[in-house]
Design a binder for this molecule. Structure first.
Ligand SMILES: Nc1ncnc2c1ncn2[C@@H]1O[C@H](COP(=O)(O)OP(=O)(O)OP(=O)(O)O)[C@@H](O)[C@H]1O
Length: 272
């Protein structure tokens, strides 16, 4: 974290920077002054007991809800964008243009095919149907889903559904992907494969990944693990370099190899 907290002291690697986030629901202080940052090609896991504020943090960072206090700045290619200062309409545009989302249950639309589900964020924008479906099919191929394009979600396994959801989260070329318990409904083998796909398609592409999980094994695959308690940081692991890993699917040579992010100094959000 910049010691002064000033944005001009921010390291150029940062994609999303939040300071002093506070959010209350009546008497419940879900967030009680939280700082956070995620950089390019960096994966950050947020852990903590039920009700400590993880989802509230994720939703504030992603512009789903507005914090009561605090600043959230996205460093978009064309310049800084205030997420916390945006209207709800502008936050919707920020989410569509800059963020991707993966949830515990894929939240795929059952009446659409897999490739239509992946293309959906582009279809609600201005992209033509042909271009959107082409991009979606390309992402599905990179996630080892070739041949499953025309299946409906109900005809896919849980792991395949999550990889479709991961492909959908990347389709708009987001700066940051937010994942809330993305492996929570999967067995350990499938969870490992889905995490590999998620990491390869986010940090392997220079995106930031913010992941909420109760699973220590999943969290340990991220660059930093932050622990929350009662709306504050309770502690953090030291930053560390992740070893490079192979493609998202061993059988898919087209998948980009995941690269490790530069994590050479302590980062915002950690209790040091
Ligand atoms: N819309 C809401 N209205 C009222 N209280 C809420 C609301 N959303 C969250 N809370 C409360 O805020 C606190 C933090 O909730 P949050 O969902 O962020 O926790 P969490 O750490 O994600 O929990 P879990 O691991 O169970 O998902 C909890 O006490 C919760 O009951």
């Amino acid at each position: 974290m910049p010691e002064t907290g000033r944005l001009e002291d921010m390291r150029t690697n940062d994609l999303l920077l939040a300071t002093g986030l506070t959010k209350s629901y009546g008497p419940t202080h879900a967030l009680a002054g939280v700082d956070f940052t995620v950089g390019r090609g960096e994966a950050v896991a947020v852990m903590g007991p039920s009700g400590c504020g993880k989802t509230t943090l994720l939703h504030c960072l992603a512009g789903v809800i507005a914090p009561d206090l605090g600043q959230i700045t996205l460093f978009a290619p064309h310049g800084p964008v205030s997420v916390s200062g945006a209207s709800s309409e502008d936050r919707a545009a920020i989410r569509l243009n800059h963020f991707g989302f993966v949830f515990q249950q894929g939240l795929l639309l059952p009446e659409l095919t897999a490739v239509e589900n992946v293309a959906l964020p582009l279809l609600v924008g201005r992209t033509s149907r042909g271009a959107a479906l082409g991009r979606a099919a390309e992402l599905m191929a990179r996630l080892g889903l070739t041949g499953l394009e025309e299946r409906r979600p109900g005809q896919l396994s849980g792991g395949q559904q999550q990889r479709v959801a991961i492909a959908r989260a990347q389709v708009g070329d987001p700066a940051v992907v937010f994942a809330d318990e993305p492996t929570g409904a999967l067995d350990s083998q499938t969870s490992s494969e889905v995490m590999h796909a998620l990491l390869a398609s986010t940090i392997g592409e220079g995106r930031g990944l913010v992941l909420v999980t109760h699973d220590r094994g999943v969290a340990d695959r991220c660059h930093r693990v932050l622990s929350m308690l009662d709306g504050r940081w309770a502690g953090a692991q030291p930053t560390r370099q992740l070893p490079p890993t192979g493609p998202a699917r061993a059988t898919d040579p087209a998948t980009p190899t995941m690269t490790a992010a530069s994590t050479d100094s302590p980062r915002l959000g950690a209790t040091r």
